[in-house]
Design a protein around this ligand. Structure first.
Ligand SMILES: [Zn+2]
Length: 98
């Protein structure tokens, strides 16, 4: 084993974070579908009141945003990676990510 912080470990850790980040899109999509459904179903859907769905959807969106802020960071310098989906290098410290 190489010492911690080697480039291979950074790339492996970044891959894990990217996978988690992609999976986090699922709940966001469901939340937006729920929000759009509420507009078309003012009496609610699945027996849930519109206010319940709104609160739930916003809770999901905020949770995923907070998760992204914590997850989408450079494994080396721990700075936020910004909007790039698949950065090859960290724009802050220049470490290779992929
Ligand atoms: Zn970095």
């Amino acid at each position: 084993m190489e010492s911690s912080g080697s480039n291979a470990e950074i790339i492996a850790e970044f891959k894990k974070r990217r996978t988690r980040q992609i999976m986090a899109v699922g709940p966001i999509v469901l939340a937006f579908i729920a929000l759009l459904s509420v507009e078309n179903n003012p009496t609610g859907i699945f027996g849930l009141a519109p206010s319940t769905i709104l609160v739930g959807a916003f809770a999901v969106i905020i949770s995923v945003l907070i998760f992204s802020l914590l997850n989408w960071r450079c494994p080396s310098c721990n700075k936020y990676l910004g909007k790039a989906i698949n950065p090859k290098f960290c724009s802050k410290c220049g470490v290779q990510l992929g």
